[in-house]
Design a protein around this ligand. Structure first.
Ligand code: ZN
Length: 240
């Protein structure tokens, strides 16, 4: 039984972030899209920002805004992105109080069995290949930061049901989300900003920081600025 199917455990509560039971998650084409929310804190108004660095580029519009406004964010980073964006990686590492790097895989292969593409991405295909993708992604982060990541988010955010307990058995927690802000960096800026500004207590916000030439990134920056004006407490998956 995977953690998505199990009742919420004491460990999940103590860790601060909880994965909702499967019935409250989403299923797409036989794959699972886990929902992650923050456990209720002593005061309402907690949200966490998580941004994916899939293969692509460095979106300085978002990164510099986060630093200027002191908003912490968990960056789900791929080994590919780190190789392609040495300056962007250096920027993240220069601000360890703002950015925490977690595992988005080595080559951005969805943790999906079989050969059917997922949103155009070739899946890892087998449990052995999923293991390689996860371990190599973690090793790249550890080499860059000296810290072993604790969370994994699969490429495309979708998982074969068997992959979730398998990845957990390797020692990672599965990083779902509750607020998909940009639909794969595909939405107009105003839509993204409106979605983020409407974040509710406990939301784990997901977006992309690898598409500096798309409008969605401007929407993430604007939306987080608007959300901050509402006065939520920005926390991270690691600190919640
Ligand atoms: Zn991705």
């Amino acid at each position: 039984m995977c953690s998505l199917c199990a009742p919420l455990s004491r460990r999940d509560f103590c860790a601060g972030a909880i994965i909702l039971p499967l019935a409250l998650g989403r299923e797409r084409h036989g794959l699972l899209e886990p929902v992650l929310r923050l456990a209720p804190g002593p005061a309402p108004g907690q949200v966490a920002v998580t941004l994916d660095a899939c293969p692509g580029h460095f979106d300085a519009r978002i990164a510099t805004m986060l630093v200027a406004r002191r908003i912490p964010a968990t960056i789900f980073i791929t080994e590919t992105w780190m190789r392609w964006n040495r300056d962007g990686l250096a920027y993240f590492l220069t601000h360890p109080d703002i950015f925490i790097l977690e595992n988005h895989g080595a080559l951005h292969l969805p943790p999906v069995l079989g050969s059917k593409p997922v949103y155009g991405l070739q899946p890892a295909g087998s449990l052995a290949a999923i293991r390689t993708e996860v371990l190599n992604g973690a090793a790249a982060i550890q080499a860059a930061t000296g810290r072993r990541p604790g969370w994994y988010r699969g490429a495309a955010g979708l998982y074969s049901p068997q992959a979730i307990p398998y990845i957990e058995s390797l020692g990672w927690r599965i990083a779902g989300y509750s607020l998909n802000s940009d639909a794969g960096a595909s939405l107009p800026a105003a839509t993204v900003a409106r979605r983020i500004a409407a974040a509710a207590d406990g939301d784990v916000i997901e977006g992309h920081i690898n598409q500096p030439r798309r409008a969605s990134g401007a929407g993430i920056a604007a939306g987080l600025a608007a959300l901050q004006a509402h006065g939520p407490h920005f926390t991270t998956l690691e600190a919640a």
